[in-house]
Write a protein of this length. Sequence first.
Length: 167
Amino acid sequence: MSIRSRTIALIGAAALCSWGCGFAAELGGAAPEFERADLSGNPIQLSAYRGKLVLLNFWATWCTPCLREMPRLSAWQRKYGAAGLQVLGISMDDDAAPVRRFLTKHPLAYPVLMGDAKLGEAFGGVLGLPCSILIDAQGRIVARYQGESDLREIETQIKALLPGMRG
């Protein structure tokens, strides 16, 4: 094999690997599996929610847009939970103490767990907060909302993906 052919083959292999390695975090790709404890110590495993529509919401106590959208996310959990929605809050705070203080004053209708850069990277990087990722019942990433988003648009997509909510 000539040097040119080997170079082309290596570039092609590298491109395939980078595509395949990052595919899990891409729209339409499988959501990366994770297991973390919630703030009460209960284990939360993403695959346990297979068959449900999951809204992962990366947030932090210091993020004003995050705090503004959380009551709406909590309302969606109460309204659509029985239809198959599961909201999971992932705090990107460095420490659990401010998160616990926040949740004492502002209880949520969904579990909250601590995230970190590694978990954020598994989902394609969390470059700004809030960041919400919608995962369908088959475990595929169907939408990603980065930054302050149109909550009506997200709710419309949730209703479209929940059985019995279409129409």
